[in-house]
Design a protein. Structure first.
Length: 133
C-alpha cells in the first residue's frame, strides 16, 4: 500500500495508486464518520463542485457533497464538519486528466459554512482547507 507523504507533493499518480487510500469515486472518502481523503479538480472539470484556491496556494475552498439542489448534512459533509474539530490531516488529490491525479499534500479542514451558491442558486457546504506544512 502506498503511503502518501508531504515529500510526494506535486507527484502525479494513477487512479489505481490513489485508490489504495481513496476507495471511492466520491470526492469525499470517509470511513465510520471520519474523513480519510479528498479529491478535487479545482473547478476545472466539474462545474457543480466549484473548488478554488484562496489568496495563497495553501488555502482551498472546498465544496461539499451533493451535485444538484441544496446540499445536505449527509455522511460525507458531516465527516468534513467533524474534521474541523478533530484537526485530522488528510491527503488531497487533484484530477489533471483521465487517470492522472496530482498529490497536493496533506491538508486540514479548518472551517465549515453553509452558503448560497448564486451561480447554481442552491445552498452548499463550503469548507476551508489549509495545507499542513
Amino acid at each position: 500500500m502506498i503511503e502518501f507523504r508531504e515529500s510526494d507533493r506535486g507527484r502525479v499518480f494513477t487512479w489505481a495508486e490513489i485508490g489504495e487510500v481513496h476507495r471511492s469515486r466520491n470526492g469525499i472518502y470517509q470511513r465510520n464518520g471520519k474523513l480519510v481523503s479528498l479529491l478535487t479538480d479545482l473547478g476545472r472539470i466539474s462545474p457543480c463542485y466549484p473548488d478554488f484556491e484562496g489568496d495563497s496556494p495553501d488555502t482551498i475552498f472546498y465544496t461539499g457533497a451533493g451535485r444538484r439542489g441544496n446540499q445536505k448534512k449527509d455522511a460525507f459533509n458531516s465527516a468534513l464538519i467533524e474534521a474541523v474539530h478533530s484537526r485530522v490531516e488528510v491527503p488531497l488529490f487533484c484530477k489533471l486528466a483521465v487517470n492522472r491525479w496530482e498529490f497536493m499534500g496533506l491538508w486540514r479542514v479548518t472551517d465549515a459554512e453553509y452558503v448560497h451558491e448564486e451561480k447554481r442558486d442552491r445552498m452548499v457546504w463550503r469548507f476551508v482547507l489549509k495545507r499542513v506544512n
